[in-house]
Design a protein around this ligand. Structure first.
Ligand SMILES: *Cc1c(COP(=O)(O)O)cnc(C)c1O
Length: 249
């Protein structure tokens, strides 16, 4: 467990260093580190929180619900900010919206899901005007097994969220991308694709690119993603070590 604090410090240092290698136009923000705690123990989360980490990401609805309602987490992690980064089925929307300290849903991939989140949020929010932060997930690698909206539908979906979902706050775009890409071959094409999607939205909807975040980069490529302009990296293994298998939980 003690390694978690050491790993966290090292990841944070690398994030800040990578941030200095960005083009000048990207240097207006400090990238956010989301510690991906899926399949890791409550104890690991407590340790990371104690070491100063506030944003945590989870992939599975039931696991996030359980962890967020854990008495120790509720008691000791009052400022925790949960990110949901997994596949969200519409029949699980109410469960997820009930999570205390839910900060953002990063995986909105179609308008029906957006509508359902939008319609349900008022039943759960703590104050009348608070909006739910959402990102639109894009399937930049066009792999069948990956979630996310198709590249050609991104601006239609973002427009829908902005114009029709007044209880949601559009924060930016998210991608997972193809696994195992070797950056010796140049910038990751999935990241380049997400950056292009942002430019297109910015042009078509008249939103400053500075107001459209990019969630991209995981343990093996977060520094690279930051150099290209990622504002939100999702890092699990490099902080918590290898994950237990899902079926052994
Ligand atoms: C598991 C997961 C991560 C973290 O992966 P690591 O390689 O452990 O850093 C990031 N994003 C998503 C969507 C994930 O499912």
């Amino acid at each position: 467990m003690a390694e978690i604090a050491v790993h966290l410090r090292s990841v944070r240092d690398k994030i800040l260093y990578a941030a200095t290698k960005r083009e000048l136009k990207h240097r207006y923000y400090e990238p956010r580190l989301v510690a991906v705690s899926k399949l890791q123990s409550v104890e690991s989360i407590l340790f990371a929180y104690e070491a100063g980490q506030r944003h945590f990401g989870e992939n599975y609805v039931n696991e996030l619900v359980e962890k967020s309602l854990n008495p120790q987490i509720l008691e000791q992690c009052k400022e925790i900010q949960w990110h949901f980064i997994g596949n969200l089925q519409r029949n699980k929307v109410n469960k997820i919206l009930n999570v205390p300290n839910l900060y953002m849903i990063e995986t909105v991939s179609n308008d029906k899901l957006a509508d359902m989140l939008n319609n349900s949020w008022p039943k759960f929010r703590k104050s009348d005007d608070s909006k739910l932060n959402v990102m639109v997930q894009v399937n930049t690698s066009r792999e069948k097994e990956k979630n996310g909206c198709d590249i050609v539908q991104v601006s239609t979906l973002v427009k829908h969220v902005i114009n029709n979902c007044h209880n949601l706050k559009f924060i930016g775009l998210m991608t997972i991308g193809m696994f195992g890409y070797n950056i010796a071959n140049g910038p990751n094409p999935d990241f380049i694709c997400l950056i292009k999607c942002r430019e297109k939205i910015s042009d078509e909807l008249g939103i400053d690119t500075k107001n459209i975040e990019l969630s991209m980069g995981m343990s093996n490529d977060y520094e690279h993603a930051i150099e290209l302009g990622s504002t939100n990296v999702r890092v699990g293994t490099a902080i918590f070590g290898n994950r237990p298998q899902k079926n052994t939980l």
